[in-house]
Write a protein that binds this ligand. Structure first.
Ligand code: GLC
Length: 517
C-alpha cells in the first residue's frame, strides 16, 4: 500500500466487534467473523476499518475495560486470528485501525489488582488515581475526595478496603490511570509499538481528551462545564506528541484519530497540530438537529478551525441517525431519507468520513430491547432511567428470514427485531433501491471524483432551508426544508438520495450535480 496520507480523505468503517459477525457460534461477533465479511466491506467501497476493543476484558463496558493490552480475548479469537485479519484486510485493499483505551484499564488489569493489594502511597497505587478523604478535602456533606461524577452516572469515586478512594470517570470497573506517572506513559508507548509491529495502520484513541486531570483535582460544576478539570487539559497534548513520534518512526503512514468531545472546533484543532494526532472526531454534526442552518454552522466552524476534518453521523455510543432524524418528524420514516441525504452531504465535504456498521443497511435504533437483555453499564447505573447504548449495538442482519439472520449459528447477544428480515445485507444487495445499494453507489461516486476534488469548498446561494456547496466540478445540494427547491444550474445529476427530476430537489433529499466548470 502506498505511502500517501490516506487518512485525509479515507472513508473509515467502524466495526463494533461484538456485533458484526460471529464465526464461533457463541452469539458474539469475533475476528474470524470479520475476516469472512471482508469481501462485503471491499465491495461496499470503504478505505479502512476501525475495530472496537477485542482485548481480554471482563466486558463491564463491552471491552472498553481492558485487562491485557497485548492480547485478544478468547471471546473474539486469538493473536493468530488478528494477524490473519490484518493480512486479509490488506489483501482486500482495506487499512485497519484498532481502538486503544488509555484513560482507564479494567479493574481486573494486573496493575490495578497489585494496586489494591499494595498500601496507600505505594508505587503500585501511583499508577492509578487513589486519594484519601482528609478534613481539608471532604466538605462534610459528601464522602468522596471531590464532587466529580461518572459519565455513566453516580460518583466518579469508589472506596477500597483500607479507606482510600480511586477515580473512575466511567464505571467502577474502569479505574483511571495516572498519566503524570512516567511508567504509565512508557507502558502505552510500548503498547502502541506492539500493535504497530503487527502491521496495523493506526489507532482510534478512546476518551482522548481525558487522560490528564487538573492538579489538586478541584471540584467542578456537576456535569463538567467547558473549564472542566478532567477534559482537554493542556498537558494532554504532550502525550500525543510522544505518540506521534512513535507513529512516524514506522514505515508507511500510520495514523491516529482521537475521540475528542469538546464544545469548540478550536479546542478540537489543538489535537491535530502537525506534531500531534492526524485527526480527531468531529461530533458537532452528529449533535446537530436536521436543519440547514445547523449543518452550515457545523461545517463553517469545522472548516475554519480544523485543517483535516472528519465527519461522522453515527457510532456505537449514540442513537442511530436514521432514528434521530425521524424524531419529531411528522412521519418517522423520513429519518431514513434524511440519513441518505446527510450521507451525500458528508461524503461531498473535504476530509474523511467515518461510517458505523449497519448504517449502510439503514438500521434503526432498537428501542424496545427487553431489560434482561441489556448490557450497557449506563442502563444499570441509572437504574433503567437511561436506556443507554445497546439499541445501536444490535448484531448485524446478514441473511435469511429469521434471527440471528446469518450473524452466526448461536443466536445473538442482543435480540434482533423481526422487522429486520427485510433489512438483511443479502436482501438489500439484490435490490437496487435499497440503502445498501445507495451506499455502494455513493461511495463509488466519491471514489470516481477523488482525484478531481480540491481541498476547499465554497457556498452557493440556496433558497429556503437548503444548502448548496461546490468543490471543483461537484455541487452538493441538500434540502432540509418542507418544500421542493430549484436546483442550481448543472450538466448532470451524478447521484441523488431521492427522486430528482433535474429541476427540483424534494424535501429530505440531497443530490450531487456535475457542472462543466
Ligand atoms: C468511549 C467509548 C465508549 C466507552 C467509553 C469508556 O466513549 O466510545 O463506548 O464506553 O469511552 O471507555
Amino acid at each position: 500500500m502506498e505511502d500517501s496520507p490516506w487518512w485525509r480523505d479515507a472513508v473509515v468503517y467502524e466495526i463494533y466487534v461484538r456485533s458484526f459477525a460471529d464465526a464461533s457460534g457463541d452469539g458474539v461477533g469475533d475476528l474470524a467473523g470479520i475476516r469472512s465479511r471482508l469481501p462485503y466491506l471491499a465491495a461496499l467501497g470503504v478505505d479502512a476499518i476501525w475495530l472496537t476493543p477485542f482485548y481480554p476484558s471482563p466486558m463491564a463496558d463491552g471491552g472498553y475495560d481492558v485487562a491485557d493490552y497485548r492480547d485478544v480475548d478468547p471471546l473474539f479469537g486469538s493473536l493468530a486470528d488478528f494477524d490473519a485479519l490484518v493480512a486479509d484486510a490488506h489483501a482486500h485493499g482495506l487499512r485497519l485501525m484498532v481502538d486503544i483505551v488509555p484513560n482507564h484499564s479494567s479493574s481486573a488489569h494486573p496493575w490495578f489488582q497489585k494496586a489494591l493489594a499494595a498500601p496507600s502511597g505505594s508505587e503500585e497505587r501511583d499508577r492509578y488515581m487513589f486519594r484519601d478523604v482528609t478534613p481539608s478535602t471532604g466538605d462534610g456533606a459528601r464522602q468522596e475526595p471531590n464532587n466529580w461524577v461518572s459519565v455513566f452516572g453516580g460518583p466518579a469515586w469508589t472506596q477500597v478496603a483500607d479507606g482510600q478512594w480511586y477515580l473512575h470517570l466511567f464505571a467502577p470497573e474502569q479505574p483511571d490511570f495516572n498519566w503524570r506517572n512516567p511508567e504509565v506513559r512508557q507502558e502505552f508507548l510500548d503498547i502502541l509499538r506492539f500493535w504497530l509491529d503487527r502491521g496495523i495502520d493506526g489507532f482510534r484513541i478512546d476518551v482522548a481528551m481525558g487522560l490528564i486531570k487538573a492538579p489538586g483535582l478541584p471540584d467542578t460544576d456537576p456535569g463538567f462545564g467547558a473549564k472542566s478539570p478532567t477534559w482537554s487539559r493542556p498537558e494532554v497534548h504532550d502525550i500525543y506528541r510522544d505518540w506521534r513520534r512513535v507513529l512516524d518512526s514506522y514505515p508507511g503512514v500510520r495514523a491516529a484519530v482521537g475521540e475528542v468531545w469538546t464544545d469548540s472546533a478550536e479546542d478540537l484543532a489543538l489535537y491535530v497540530r502537525p506534531d500531534e494526532l492526524h485527526q480527531s472526531f468531529n461530533f458537532a454534526w452528529l449533535e446537530a438537529p436536521w436543519s440547514a442552518t445547523a449543518f452550515r454552522k457545523v461545517i463553517d466552524e469545522t472548516l475554519r478551525a480544523v485543517p483535516a476534518p472528519t465527519w461522522v453521523l453515527s457510532n456505537h455510543d449514540v442513537v442511530r441517525h436514521t432514528t434521530r432524524y425521524g424524531e419529531g418528524a411528522p412521519d418517522p420514516s423520513v429519518g431514513l431519507a434524511r440519513g441518505h441525504a446527510a450521507l451525500l452531504a458528508m461524503l461531498a465535504l473535504p476530509g474523511s468520513a467515518y461510517l458505523y456498521q449497519g448504517e449502510e443497511l439503514g438500521l434503526p435504533e432498537v428501542k424496545n430491547l427487553p431489560p434482561e437483555a441489556r448490557q450497557d453499564p449506563i442502563f444499570f447505573r441509572s437504574k433503567g432511567e437511561v436506556l443507554g447504548r445497546d439499541g445501536c449495538r444490535v448484531p448485524i442482519p446478514w441473511s435469511g428470514t429469521a434471527p440471528p439472520y446469518g450473524f452466526g449459528t448461536g443466536g445473538s447477544w442482543l435480540p434482533q427485531p423481526v422487522e429486520w428480515a427485510g433489512l438483511t445485507a443479502e436482501r438489500q444487495a439484490a435490490d437496487p433501491s435499497s440503502t445498501l445499494a445507495f451506499y455502494r453507489r455513493a461511495l463509488a461516486a466519491r471514489r470516481s471524483l477523488r482525484e478531481t476534488l480540491p481541498d476547499a469548498m465554497a457556498w452557493l446561494e440556496a433558497p429556503g432551508d437548503a444548502l448548496f456547496f461546490s468543490r471543483g466540478p461537484l455541487i452538493c445540494a441538500i434540502n432540509c426544508g418542507t418544500d421542493p427547491v430549484r436546483l442550481p444550474p448543472h450538466e448532470q445529476v451524478l447521484i441523488s438520495s431521492g427522486l430528482v427530476d433535474g429541476q427540483d430537489l424534494p424535501p429530505d433529499t440531497a443530490a450531487w450535480l456535475l457542472t462543466a466548470e
